[in-house]
Design a protein around this ligand. Structure first.
Ligand SMILES: CC(C)(COP(=O)(O)OP(=O)(O)OC[C@H]1O[C@@H](n2cnc3c(N)ncnc32)[C@H](O)[C@@H]1OP(=O)(O)O)[C@@H](O)C(=O)NCCC(=O)NCCS
Length: 174
């Protein structure tokens, strides 16, 4: 993918709701989420009303050349500069889109929000997410056994962490 692309993140708006719901309900995304049922528009709107009013949360849209291409949820632990993140790229995006989203969001998280640490969690069968995290410089800090029940079986959950000073080093190598 060309390096001349204009990548940025911006706050999610109510006008993004339908697009984000379409991505979130796509089978290739749902399969890797903790809640895997098809989310209704009402459920989605209620989630947005609550989440967008929380001072600890950043609901973000990733854009390439002004085209919405992914969603990111950064959730700060109260009274700290540590946050969890969740994300997905628009299904059928070109290879390399995730990496661009990761770099853009981590720059925002460490340089604009000024986080000290960002944490990711992935179901153990989510190989793309594990590779995505490690290729951005995250360390796998733990593997919680049988931590998630999907209605049929239990799955392990891998925990990843990246510190602000590690991002400075990692960013220069990407
Ligand atoms: C995880 C996700 C953001 C990665 O985005 P992407 O555009 O597919 O990733 P990229 O093509 O930029 O690749 C980024 C890294 O992930 C790896 N990767 C991507 N798809 C992969 C796959 N299917 N299998 C194994 N590794 C994969 C790449 O090898 C690359 O690592 P590298 O730079 O060391 O080669 C994307 O697949 C996604 O949205 N998945 C569904 C939602 C999800 O799982 N979110 C995370 C929940 S924890």
């Amino acid at each position: 993918m060309s390096n001349n692309l204009n990548c940025r993140v911006r706050s999610m708006l109510a006008s993004d709701l339908e697009q984000v719901l379409e991505w979130r309900n796509h089978s290739e995304i749902r399969h890797y989420m903790y809640t895997q049922h098809k989310i209704t528009l009402d459920e989605h709107i209620n989630w947005y009303k609550k989440a967008s009013n929380s001072p600890e949360r950043y609901l973000l849209i990733f854009e390439i050349n002004n085209i919405p291409t992914g969603f990111i949820n950064i959730n700060k632990i109260k009274n700290s500069n540590i946050a969890d993140w969740g994300f997905y790229v628009a299904p059928d995006s070109e290879k390399g889109t995730g990496k661009m989203l990761g770099i853009t969001v981590l720059n925002y998280a460490f340089k604009v929000i000024k986080l000290h640490k960002i944490c990711g969690q992935a179901l153990s069968y989510n190989v793309p997410s594990a590779k995505f995290h490690t290729s951005l410089g995250f360390t796998q800090e733990g593997l919680l056994r049988d931590q998630h029940f999907d209605g049929q079986s239990y799955n392990d959950v891998a925990h990843f962490g990246l510190l602000a000073n590690e991002w400075k080093i990692s960013e220069n190598k990407l």
